[in-house]
Design a protein around this ligand. Structure first.
Ligand SMILES: [Fe+2]
Length: 259
């Protein structure tokens, strides 16, 4: 089974958001169709079974941009099951009119039952917050999902990364209970996005991968800043007999000029 993991598209017109620190990087990105075409060509001969999309579909939460992006993805990768979760850029940047409405946000947690694979997507995004969160109610929901006996390999997907120190950007905040649930689960892997920088390791004893950005890369610099590079990429996972058997990261360099 092959899973294509794409993340952090930030689709939209960067000219409409000049204050977005990523605007210069986004303005140098190739058109989305060109990026998807390069991705598709590099996967020629590989039979994909599903798409994992881990958020930041739009630049500033514009639903029309997100819809258009999904249509573009579907043109190049049609008829594939898709599991998706929103990121922090998938909420309108305009703050909520009052604090009480912001508190009413219900995370878009969802379990996708794909052929031969279950994908549990935990929504770590919160409107008006550029930090990731997993709250106790989500831990309970996750626990329930993990006890459902569907007999399939199961992966967990979040937008925000989960490992402290993985990147200069802070990881999601979560209670200790979350780590216990993951550690005691039969999850075969955990996949994330957000950092725009690929990573492989282990989270609570589970294989853990962050896919690179599909818009630009965000490389952690020694001084704690993030160095934006005009390249994009994807992760391709191979699952065999219920195990994450292979992880491939592909990077496409738009140019060698730094931003
Ligand atoms: Fe993000």
């Amino acid at each position: 089974m092959h899973l294509l993991h794409l993340t952090d598209f930030h689709y939209g017109d960067p000219a409409t958001a000049p204050l977005d620190p990523a605007a210069p990087a986004l303005s140098k990105s190739l058109p989305i169709a060109d990026r998807l075409e390069r991705c598709q060509k590099s996967l020629a001969g590989i039979s994909l079974d599903a798409l994992i999309l881990s958020g930041d579909f739009s630049m500033d939460g514009n639903p029309a941009d997100a819809r258009q992006l999904m249509q573009e993805i579907d043109l190049f990768f049609p008829d594939l099951p898709v599991a998706f979760v929103p990121g922090n850029h998938d909420h309108l940047a305009k703050p909520a009119k009052n604090a009480s409405s912001a508190k009413k946000y219900v995370p878009s947690d969802k379990a996708f039952l794909l052929p031969d694979l279950s994908v549990i997507c935990l929504d770590t995004s919160r409107p008006g917050n550029d930090r990731g969160v997993i709250d106790p109610a989500q831990c309970q929901w996750l626990k329930q999902q993990l006890t459902k006996p569907d007999g399939q390999p199961t992966i967990l997907v979040t937008h925000f990364h989960l490992l402290p120190g993985q990147h200069s950007m802070p990881c999601a905040a979560y209670p200790d209970e979350f780590m216990e649930i993951v550690a005691q689960s039969s999850l075969i892997a955990v996949f994330t996005g957000h950092t725009h920088c690929h990573y492989q390791g282990f989270f609570c004893g589970k294989p853990y991968c962050t896919a690179p950005g599909f818009s630009f890369y965000g490389l952690p610099a020694a001084d704690g800043t993030v160095f934006l590079e005009p390249c994009f990429g994807y992760n391709l996972y191979t699952i065999e007999k219920g195990y994450l058997a292979n992880i491939k990261t592909e990077t496409f360099y738009v140019s060698l000029d730094t931003l």
